[in-house]
Design a protein. Structure first.
Length: 383
């Protein structure tokens, strides 16, 4: 099952990861700030941003099914690379909400095509250290997101939104280089009946532990995605009146610290004490996050627990998919509830903030993270 173990191929996957998430980290910051600058209501921004996880849910499963038949390298080159570039071009030209919605649809193809095959590629290229390499891959994602966020803040401040997005389009075009280098020796794609591809998407037959992991990582999504995708950029812009450079730098520090602590997470065991400490810090920091006097300290605390908590995520996922015959599909199905939760939380976060304020929503994310930690620990101990 495990083939193509050359470390150089894994480095090419990591290069694709970095370029993808440099662009993604920039767009994560740029799009909500651009819409806010155009006086778009926060609730409407939430609707636009929620399109990505909704389309992602469907597209990822299909791409995963295809990848298990034709190989993961084809998906990187034929789908991930073009959609990354095209989404930037759409945002560059966008002047209306429907245009931004179209951009999110295409961006979701980029995101879903990457995640449909990224863990499959890592598991295939490093079978003996799969969980470790997958955890390190998250560090690469967060480092790239940090760099992208910092570059976005500087770019918006000195170049403006349009020129910054144009630069991202140029960067996204370079993804084709490592993607092409991963192309298999045979470029022919086996013809497979659609019915056979879709049959692998049937969720029946997975064990109980599989769906327990799915629920656990769903809580991680509720803790992280609405916060980083919508709430933090909007809060820093509207409530704290930070300029674009400050927002970009803080976004960069948040993701960089998460990346650094991810490397430490590999060295420590996943036990009760770790889950308890991370939960206490997460709930406390989330509760005080809306206080301007301690906002930065709380933000740094949350980035720390995010990095230290990712070990639970990768080890639980690996536990239920490591012996799978359709690994890309199983990983996709595993993440389906997570993407539904991401879609729902981003969609309603803007509305809830308008009626309840930021503090209750921030606190909810901290509580969700605590549930994720203890639920994951239970699964890892579960026979």
């Amino acid at each position: 099952m495990w083939v193509n173990r050359c470390p150089y191929r894994l480095k090419r996957v990591n290069t694709i990861t970095f370029l993808n998430y440099f662009v993604s980290g920039s767009l994560t910051l740029i799009i909500p700030l651009l819409l806010l600058a155009n006086n778009v209501n926060l609730a409407y921004i939430g609707i636009i941003l929620s399109i990505l996880p909704l389309v992602f849910l469907i597209a990822r499963l299909f791409f995963a099914a295809v990848a298990d038949y034709v190989g993961w390298s084809h998906v990187f080159l034929l789908i991930n690379w073009p959609s990354t570039f095209i989404s930037c071009c759409i945002y560059f030209l966008a002047t209306s909400l429907p245009a931004f919605a179209l951009g999110k649809i295409v961006e979701s193809l980029r995101e879903s095509s990457y995640w449909a095959v990224s863990r499959t590629a890592i598991y295939h290229l490093s079978p003996k250290t799969a969980a470790k390499e997958a955890t390190k891959n998250n560090a690469t994602i967060w480092l790239a997101t940090a760099a992208g966020g910092g570059a976005a803040g500087l770019g918006i401040e000195y170049l403006g939104f349009s020129y910054t997005i144009a630069v991202l389009a140029i960067i996204s075009s370079t993804i084709g280089i490592p993607a092409f280098m991963l192309w298999k020796n045979s470029t022919s794609i086996p013809i497979t009946k659609t019915s056979h591809i879709l049959a692998s998407l049937n969720p029946k037959g997975r064990p109980r532990t599989f769906w327990l992991v799915s629920v656990a990582i769903m809580f991680n999504t509720l803790a992280i995605y609405p916060l980083t995708t919508l709430l933090l950029p909007a809060f820093m812009n509207q409530q704290l009146s930070y300029n674009y450079i400050s927002i970009g730098v803080l976004f960069m520090i948040y993701n960089a610290l998460s990346a650094i602590t991810t490397y430490f997470t590999i060295k420590y065991s996943l036990n009760f004490a770790r889950a308890l400490v991370l939960s206490i810090i997460s709930v406390s920091a989330s509760f005080f996050l809306s206080w301007s006097s301690v906002f930065i300290a709380c933000l740094l605390a949350l980035s720390f627990v995010r990095g230290f908590g990712i070990g639970f995520f990768e080890h639980t996922v690996l536990k239920v998919v490591k012996d799978s015959k359709n690994i890309s599909v199983d990983i996709g199905l595993l993440h389906a509830p997570m993407r539904i939760a991401e879609f729902s939380s981003i969609l309603f976060a803007g509305f809830l903030v308008q009626y309840l304020g930021y503090m209750p929503i921030f606190l909810a994310t901290g509580l969700f993270f605590a549930v994720y930690c203890f639920f994951s620990l239970f699964i890892l101990k579960y026979k």
